[in-house]
Design a protein around this ligand. Structure first.
Ligand SMILES: *[C@@H]1O[C@H](CO)[C@@H](O)[C@H](O)[C@H]1NC(C)=O
Ligand SMILES: *[C@@H]1O[C@H](CO)[C@@H](O)[C@H](O)[C@H]1NC(C)=O
Ligand SMILES: *[C@@H]1O[C@H](CO)[C@@H](O)[C@H](O)[C@H]1NC(C)=O
Ligand SMILES: *[C@@H]1O[C@H](CO)[C@@H](O)[C@H](O)[C@H]1NC(C)=O
Ligand SMILES: *[C@@H]1O[C@H](CO)[C@@H](O)[C@H](O)[C@H]1NC(C)=O
Ligand SMILES: *[C@@H]1O[C@H](CO)[C@@H](O)[C@H](O)[C@H]1NC(C)=O
Length: 363
């Protein structure tokens, strides 16, 4: 009798649990039916393919309607995005053939001779003669010589990185490239750094008295550990003195942290490469240059913090940089035009653009 009662109670409980979960399932489906995620698979796939085709041929932002552009971009970013290894290998071969970052991204003892005449990237009237003292401070060779870099993160300084929580994801990359001695922190932009650029005008502006007051710069570069610091010493003539001053100042006290100079040959050929593909700017941004470098050297390229517009994809205002409000020269770089190229490369599966906050469970 007691046993039968217990059995009855048990059945009742089971029934309650089952009906409860049925309810939950109902709620769940009712909820997702109203949103776009529940769009039938084939429709969704068609829309993704259509957007992919559209973004893979955009070559200019001139006639773009920003509102529909961001709307479509938000939808497109929800589409599954697979790297296309054929496309990646094609880009790698083209870039190696034209520019060869592998063997020439910066000047080394091996690729540069004492007394060699170094051209300027942007100036045909002047040259620089490599002397023995500077040559002696060039690195022997590339730190990665011969080995392909794995998953690379190229971290621009765009304000979209603010509150992005992308730090963990960025730090999980094998090789991380940053720009202009940008600040680092674990939450939004990550800490890992394998290559960071210094802009000569930063030295000019912020470290005027470098010979006498070395500490502030030493403190700033130490944050990146033993990471190489790269400068465009032969972009413009004014860059050379500032770059050499930086090299001479840091070399004796931080020999473990090389200051290296971009090869003007490399940057010239890269400029020709992109101009030949219709990218018309006076000079490529350093960000775009190093993304190109990464396309040649890395297995996979992930791009963060490149977003040249005033509002993000949710229509919130974003600062231009995540660390300050300084804006780039509009006449010099064509950031929106470069961005469209990145979008093209993204939709072709050549790289992955990250334009929204990172989810906390991603690694
Ligand atoms: C991958 O890229 C190659 C070369 O551009 C292209 O022919 C191919 O259709 C692409 N594959 C996919 C799945 O998109
Ligand atoms: C790139 O440079 C390296 C080192 O100088 C050289 O061994 C290699 O052949 C070059 N590759 C191409 C495609 O020119
Ligand atoms: C470089 O040039 C100087 C002066 O012309 C000369 O004395 C020196 O031997 C040269 N060094 C090398 C390694 O060619
Ligand atoms: C970032 O988050 C902080 C605190 O939650 C908020 O005050 C700030 O407005 C956010 N900034 C941006 C650019 O979203
Ligand atoms: C940087 O280099 C110094 C000197 O070679 C070494 O003692 C130190 O462990 C290195 N630091 C890191 C983070 O690799
Ligand atoms: C990380 O850097 C961002 C951008 O400078 C800043 O908004 C944020 O508060 C920083 N977070 C921490 C934990 O320092």
């Amino acid at each position: 009798m007691a046993l039968a009662f217990l059995r009855w109670i048990f059945r009742l409980l089971t029934l309650l649990v089952v009906s409860h979960s049925v309810c939950v399932i109902f709620y769940y489906t009712a909820d997702t039916h109203s949103s776009r995620e529940a769009m039938p698979d084939t429709l969704q796939r068609l829309r993704c393919a259509k957007l992919g085709r559209k973004f893979s041929v955009i070559t200019s932002v001139k006639r773009l309607n920003m509102e529909s552009f961001t709307e479509e971009l938000v939808d497109f970013l929800k589409c599954p995005q697979k790297p296309n290894t054929t496309e990646q290998e094609l880009n790698r071969m083209k870039l190696q053939f034209c520019c060869n970052a592998t063997g020439s991204i910066f000047l080394t003892k091996r690729n540069t001779a004492i007394n060699q005449t170094i051209p300027y990237e942007t100036d045909t009237k002047h040259t620089y003669r490599m002397n023995a003292a500077i040559h002696n401070m060039l690195p022997e060779d590339f730190p990665w010589s011969g080995r392909r870099l794995g998953r690379c993160a190229v971290v621009g300084s765009g304000g979209i990185l603010k509150n992005s929580s992308c730090g963990r994801e960025i730090d999980s990359a094998d090789f991380v490239i940053r720009f202009n001695l940008a600040s680092i922190n674990d939450s939004d932009v990550g800490l890992k750094t394998d290559l960071v650029t210094i802009n000569p005008s930063q030295i000019q502006r912020e470290y005027k008295d470098l010979e006498k007051k070395l500490n502030p710069l030493v403190k700033r570069v130490s944050v990146y550990g033993n990471t190489s610091l790269i400068m465009p010493a032969f972009a413009y003539t004014f860059c050379t003195g500032l770059s050499i001053k930086t090299l001479k100042a840091l070399h004796p006290i931080r020999p473990q942290q090389p200051v290296v100079f971009f090869s003007p040959y490399y940057l010239q050929t890269l400029d020709h490469f992109w101009k030949g593909r219709g990218l018309k700017s006076i000079r490529l941004s350093t960000g775009f240059m190093l993304i190109s470098t990464a396309l040649e050297l890395c297995e996979n390229v992930h791009v963060y913090g490149f977003w040249p517009f005033d509002t993000d994809l949710q229509d919130n205002l974003v600062p231009y940089h995540y660390y300050d409000l300084r804006r780039p020269s509009k006449s010099m770089h064509k950031m929106p035009e470069e961005f469209v190229r990145l979008l093209q490369l993204h939709s072709q599966g050549a790289l992955t653009l990250h334009l929204q906050p990172c989810s906390s469970d991603a690694s």
